[in-house]
Design a protein around this ligand. Structure first.
Ligand code: AGP
Length: 611
């Protein structure tokens, strides 16, 4: 995933562009570049490395131009170096283009354009776009040349392009990668990949849809399709504040976002839980009650952490809504031949709403005419706008690459969906009220647990950060939490951690256990507590080191393990909300001990908008 930004207006463009790239740095950070109009000419610079390298490089450049574009990269084609950084230019050096996405037919286009005499200088797929536009420019405006070029392109793009032939004009287009137009004021506009870059300047935005192209300069903007059909669009208002997207005194976004989890749960439930009736009310259900009534099977599709959170939803829905549910990994589902029918609902779960494999799975479900429901955090994202119905998680911007608060929000959303569907399918009022009441209370439990246990977790991390290997074990509702602990330890602490259903350890993995490992056993006082204790014994019998997550008051477990982190008691289906927080916080402090780059872990990006 990359970040693109453009500005045209009355203020110097360079500082605005660099500041906007800083706010999008989590989208990718292996190189960055900028191009700014200067008296009809374009000045440009691009550098491998983090944004600061570029910022230092152009700090002495007194570019006073008031229109330009900028890019921050997460490499897909071509290693991260100065040459492959965006913007890319054509043979004349008068067209500058930035791009987020993948041009799938770039080989054929490159061969054809090379045969026509174009000279390529990079290893990227993106560069073909600049030469394609160059080939369409004669007799056309930049906007017309861009649209003609995009008709030849197969792939995905969120792009912006400027040319000395069209001074102070930006042409931007989207297909498969997000693009937003910010309306700052009279003759002043921005385009960007996400609202975080636009918010310091305006809350009024227009979300471009697939296949739309915006041409913008100080005189105003027009939006058309690639076929040049004018599109009228209403503007929207960004609801959240910029400080929500900043660290607010925490050392890392990840810690801030973990500490936000109680508020995220509250915000996600607000106005959607009717405790006295034991039901959940939200648009994506109420407007489709008859459709949900006809559903006999649910397929949940997600990737990474979202898929882990979805596993909790799978267990909830099966137990309390008595409906068959299966979680599918997006990168597998999209290439299988899934059997879906009119009685299947496909639930698409994604924080960013831009994950390529998840989007492709959604589009496969829609191709089969199946009802699609989204659980998404980013408002106006591709998935949010393409599902038939859905619910926003309302977690606010999640900046750390490692997803934490949004995963808690996803579990809260599944709790609401379980309540809604369950009550429609025979769940009793008593059960509904019990779930609703406990759900209402879980944010307070999370808050108390964070206040009470953060220091314990921080000190235990000093001990467990010395291990390079770990097993995370859990059963039923906490099996996903075991997978989450392992994911976070890999993702931000670079520890080789594996998550397993506790009962699986003896079917092979136990052979791996030795003193290089520690075992985190998630063992709340639930319906499988005794089974989990047996698994702890299996580990102890082989001199394994065990850190248990247990329920407050269960002091008896201390005799079987080396350390315990206690969690408040709650409904079994809600225990993963608490256990996920614990393993995420443990991973965070372990990563601190191991001096890892927590908010921007190596090799990763916040949203994987490529296959
Ligand atoms: C989780 O910590 C990771 N950042 C990653 O697995 C993430 O959950 C996955 O890429 C899915 O992203 P999405 O929710 O934006 O679709």
């Amino acid at each position: 995933m990359c970040g693109i930004i453009g500005y045209v207006g009355t203020s110097p463009a360079k500082p605005i562009i660099l500041e906007g790239l800083k706010r999008m740095e989590y989208r990718g950070y292996d190189s960055a570049g900028i191009a700014v109009f200067e008296n009809g000419k374009i000045s440009s610079e691009k550098k491998a490395g983090k944004l600061q390298v570029l910022t230092d490089e152009v700090s002495e450049d007194h570019w006073s131009g008031t229109a330009g574009i900028g890019h921050i990269r997460w490499a897909t084609h071509g290693i991260p170096n100065d040459v492959n950084a965006h913007p890319h230019t054509d043979c004349t050096g008068k067209i500058y283009l930035i791009h987020n996405g993948i041009i799938e037919n770039f080989h054929e286009l490159r061969e054809r354009l090379t045969a026509e005499g174009h000279e390529f200088t990079t290893q990227t797929d993106t560069e073909v776009l600049t030469h394609l536009i160059e080939s369409h420019l004669p007799g056309n405006s930049l906007s017309e040349a861009v649209k003609a070029s995009l008709k030849e392109v197969i792939g995905t793009y969120g792009l912006a392009v400027v040319s000395e032939m069209d001074p102070d004009t930006i042409v931007a287009a989207r297909l498969g990668s997000p693009l937003i137009l910010g309306i700052i004021g009279d003759g002043e506009y921005m385009i960007a990949s996400d609202a975080t870059a636009i918010l310091p300047h305006t809350r009024e935005v227009i979300y471009l849809d697939e296949g739309e192209v915006v041409t913008v300069n100080r005189k105003g903007f027009t939006i058309t399709t690639v076929d040049n059909t004018t599109v009228e669009k209403n503007s929207s208002k960004i609801e959240w504040d910029i400080q929500q997207a900043e660290k607010q005194g925490y050392d890392h976004f990840m810690l801030k976002e973990i500490m936000e989890i109680p508020r995220v749960i509250e915000d996600g439930l607000r106005g959607r839980l009717i405790i006295e009736d034991g039901i959940a009310h939200f648009g994506g259900f109420l407007e489709y009650e008859d459709k949900w009534r006809s559903i006999e099977r649910i397929v949940i599709v997600a990737c990474g952490g979202a898929a882990i959170a979805s596993r909790v939803g799978e267990y909830m829905l099966e137990e309390y809504a008595s409906i068959p549910v299966k979680v599918e990994i997006g990168s597998e589902f999209r290439y299988r031949k899934p059997v879906l029918d009119e009685h299947t609902a496909v639930v698409i779960v994604s924080q960013s709403g831009e994950t390529a494999d998840t989007i492709a799975s959604l589009r496969e479900a829609k191709r089969q005419g199946v009802f699609t429901f989204g659980i998404v955090n980013v408002v106006g994202s591709t998935i949010a706008r393409e599902v038939d119905a859905g619910m926003y998680i309302h977690a606010g911007p999640e900046v750390a690459v490692a997803s934490t608060k949004v995963m808690s929000g996803m579990v809260a959303m599944f709790s609401l969906l379980t309540l809604a569907i369950g009550r429609q399918r025979g769940m009793s009022l008593v059960t509904g009220k019990r779930i609703a009441k406990e759900l209402q209370n879980v944010s307070l439990l999370a808050e108390k647990m964070l206040k009470k246990n953060t220091e314990t977790i921080k000190s235990l991390a000093k001990k467990y950060a010395t291990y390079d290997n770990a097993f995370f074990l859990g059963r039923k509702y906490n099996m996903p939490s075991a997978f989450e602990g392992a994911l976070k330890f890999k993702e931000i602490a670079y520890v080789h951690a594996e998550g397993y259903p506790s009962g699986e350890l003896k079917h092979g993995p136990l052979a791996l256990l030795d003193d290089r490992f520690f075992v985190c056993a998630i063992t709340p006082k639930d319906s499988v507590y005794e089974k989990n204790l047996s698994n702890i014994q299996e580990v102890r019998a082989r001199k394994g080191v065990v850190l248990a997550l247990a329920t407050e008051g269960d002091t008896g477990i201390e005799q079987y393990v080396d350390d315990v982190i206690y969690m408040p008691k709650t409904l079994e289906m809600l225990t993963p909300i608490l256990s996920m927080i614990v393993v995420q916080l443990l991973a965070y402090y372990t990563a601190v001990e191991r001096k890892c780059d927590i908010d921007q872990p190596r090799n990763l990006a916040k949203s994987v908008t490529v296959e």
